[in-house]
Write a protein that binds this ligand. Structure first.
Ligand code: MF3
Ligand code: CO
Length: 260
């Protein structure tokens, strides 16, 4: 499928969706502390999103590649709640309570008036160790250096190359198996946005493109493993992993961060 470029009017609608994603993070932030369960955070997010006339898009989602014939269950949550060594797609659970020193990645996707907003942020729970703090800071910087390359006329390759360089200079690694993506009326559209350098990835960035950048940065090796629940993705070596994601729209004057 070809990339659908978005008009200024459509980008305004996507901005409304992005704003609601950001507002949901601001509500959740107050509840992230030792003792809260990831299911409680999920319920708070779902109520807030629905109250504002939007709907969660992860809930009930089955990846296109697994539709129809596989036994991957639909994703059950409004948010992905990815604690410590969970890289992404953690399933909210009543049994999982946050503890001091944990990190939790929260990924939120919603549809408002037909248009998607998608972002992820990793939060410290109480006080975290200096090494954990450094991972969080580096993962956030990886998103930022990617965004710096997101301008019309540059290549998508430059985004991934900048992220990989920054992560590896800090002694961390970049997950390969999960990527950023275009979005609009659908959660996943073209283009695919790699977070590492791929020389064949010469596609040009164009005004009107709307896509996410969402690098997953591991403290140890980049390898992943999938839990038997069909969703939870963990670091193979048990090391911590952190992720930050924005949805951005490319204009002739540079990127607009729709979820900032
Ligand atoms: N931000 C992720 C993505 O869209 C989260 C997907 S969660 C899923 O790439 F449940 F929808 F798969
Ligand atoms: Co995404």
């Amino acid at each position: 499928m070809a990339i659908t470029l978005k008009s200024p009017r459509q980008i305004e609608l996507l901005r409304e969706s992005g704003r609601l994603v950001r507002a949901t993070f601001e509500v959740l932030r107050e509840h992230i502390r030792p003792g809260v369960s990831t299911a409680e955070l999920d319920a708070i997010a779902e109520e807030f999103i629905r109250k504002h006339g939007a709907e969660p898009v992860y809930k009930g989602y089955v990846p296109p590649s697994r539709r129809g014939w596989s036994n991957t269950p639909p994703f059950p949550g409004t948010i992905c709640a990815s604690v410590n060594d969970v890289i992404c797609h953690g399933i909210p659970s009543k049994k999982e309570r946050l503890r001091e020193g944990d990190i939790i990645g929260i990924d939120i996707g919603l549809r408002l008036n037909g248009w998607i907003g998608d972002a992820c942020e990793t939060f410290p729970v109480g006080e975290v160790s200096p090494a954990t703090r450094r991972l969080l800071d580096t993962a956030r910087q990886c998103l930022e250096v990617g965004i710096e390359q997101a301008y019309a006329g540059n290549t998508l390759r430059a985004i991934g190359a900048a992220i990989q360089r920054h992560a590896e200079a800090a002694g961390f690694s970049v997950v390969r198996e999960y990527t950023g993506h275009g979005l609009g009326r659908n959660l996943h559209e073209e283009p695919t946005v790699l977070h590492y350098d791929e020389p064949r990835n010469t596609r040009k960035i164009m005004a009107g493109m709307v896509f996410t950048i969402e690098p997953m940065i591991n403290a140890g090796r980049p390898d992943t493993k999938l839990d038997r629940d069909g969703w939870t993705v963990r670091t193979a070596d048990g090391s911590l992993s952190a992720q930050f994601e924005h949805t951005l729209a490319i204009t002739d004057d540079g990127p607009i961060l729709l979820t900032a």
